[in-house]
Design a protein around this ligand. Structure first.
Ligand SMILES: NC(=O)c1ccc[n+]([C@@H]2O[C@H](COP(=O)([O-])OP(=O)(O)OC[C@H]3O[C@@H](n4cnc5c(N)ncnc54)[C@H](O)[C@@H]3O)[C@@H](O)[C@H]2O)c1
Ligand SMILES: [Zn+2]
Length: 352
């Protein structure tokens, strides 16, 4: 078992271990007084893990209830949110009660946002069950639901009280969903941890506890310096500006992780072709992504990618902030004028 402590506006532990779900009750009792707990989860995760979590919480004396919604990003909306809030109110949850987010990033984001706004904020515990949620969305306190106009447009910063990461749950993920999470894992290496690539060579799955711990420690270090996302935290967007463009252009048939993988390759190759980054770093990145079964190229043109990227909410005035690897482990924020974006992306497609 590994514990990583985050000292943001509130301080909390991320507990990482194998087969932890059956100890959920004890791990919650360390940080919560006896109270009502509403477990929020989706139908897929409920069928796999809800009973274990519920039994453990009950055995530790918590009064539990469950809110289950249909899996998928389509559910991360105001409709599900209001249903959940109404359910909490009808069940008599008070400010001293707590929510449990059991699932992937969709559950974590929705449940976290409900916890942020219910009675002006109650506690919540994250129990991530996808690799993406374990290494990214369960840590850092960003919570949100989608609006019709775009993803994550209604949200709040609200840190969890504890994160319980049982990586045995990752065994039931499809290979595609696991690979998607690997893109976010590899992202941390490119941002600021070149030595991480040594572990990638030995295998992400084979070293999963160390991998998750190292990712969350990396994210923790960034979040502690910039909790509210006004500077350094933007480094976590590496590969995402172009990645979001790829998701959009593909009508979301290319998954988030796959799109981020291709996005990372494009910015890294652009950095190589403009003389900023050594070529062997691109080769190591390509090799690592290939081994994680992630795609490294797409058929969209630089013009298509640039115009789709400019629809992204991260644009500010006449420029866009790109995360550019000057080497693996040394990524920097580079403010790029909007009219230079297409040229930069073309460099990233050159010689692919
Ligand atoms: N808050 C943040 O900082 C942050 C960061 C990154 C992403 N996100 C958000 O995270 C979401 C994506 O998260 P995700 O990829 O985990 O998606 P997800 O929650 O939709 O999970 C993917 C699928 O896997 C299923 N699943 C979950 N755990 C499982 C398990 N152990 N075994 C079998 N199936 C399982 C789910 O039911 C779902 O169908 C997006 O909405 C994104 O905006 C948030
Ligand atoms: Zn991402």
């Amino acid at each position: 078992m590994t514990t990583v402590t985050v000292n943001a506006s509130t301080s909390y532990d991320i507990i990482i271990g194998r087969d932890l779900l059956k100890n959920t009750g004890e791990l919650c009792a360390e940080v919560l007084k006896p109270c009502k707990l509403c477990i929020v989860t989706d139908d897929t995760v409920a069928s796999l893990y809800l009973e274990t979590v519920e039994a453990s919480l009950c055995a530790s004396g918590f009064d539990t209830m469950r809110f289950i919604f249909s899996h998928g990003e389509e559910s991360k909306n105001t409709h599900t949110l209001v249903e959940l809030l109404e359910f909490l109110a009808a069940s008599g949850l008070t400010r001293s009660d707590c929510l449990i987010a059991l699932g992937g990033g969709v559950v974590g984001d929705l449940c976290g946002f409900a916890a942020a706004v219910y009675m002006r904020g109650i506690k919540f515990v994250q129990i991530p069950t996808t690799l993406l949620a374990a290494v990214d969305s369960s840590v850092g306190g960003k919570t949100a639901v989608d609006l019709r106009a775009g993803k994550n447009l209604m949200g709040a910063f609200h840190q969890p009280t504890r994160v319980i990461c049982d990586y045995l749950t990752l065994d039931t993920l499809t290979p595609e969903i696991f690979a998607d999470g690997c893109a976010e894992v590899i992202k941390y290496g490119v941002i600021n941890d070149k030595d991480f690539f040594e572990i990638f060579k030995k295998g992400i799955k084979e070293n999963i506890e160390e991998v998750i711990a190292r990712c969350v420690a990396n994210k923790r270090d960034i979040v502690e310096k910039d909790e509210f996302d006004s500077g350094k935290r933007q480094l976590l967007n590496l590969g995402h500006t172009i990645g979001h463009a790829i998701e959009l252009l593909s009508d979301f048939t290319i998954t988030h992780g796959s799109a981020v993988s291709i996005g990372m390759v494009i910015v890294t190759r652009a950095a190589v072709n403009t003389g900023l980054c050594p070529k062997e770093d691109l080769e190591l990145l390509l090799d690592t992504l290939n081994r994680a079964s992630l795609p490294v190229e797409c058929n969209f043109s630089a013009e298509e990618l640039a115009s789709a990227a400019l629809l992204d909410k991260k644009r500010s005035g006449g420029s866009i902030t790109l995360v550019v690897p000057y080497a693996l482990g040394d990524s920097r924020l580079v403010k790029t004028p909007v009219d230079k974006l297409c040229e930069f992306i073309s460099k990233g497609l050159e010689g692919a």
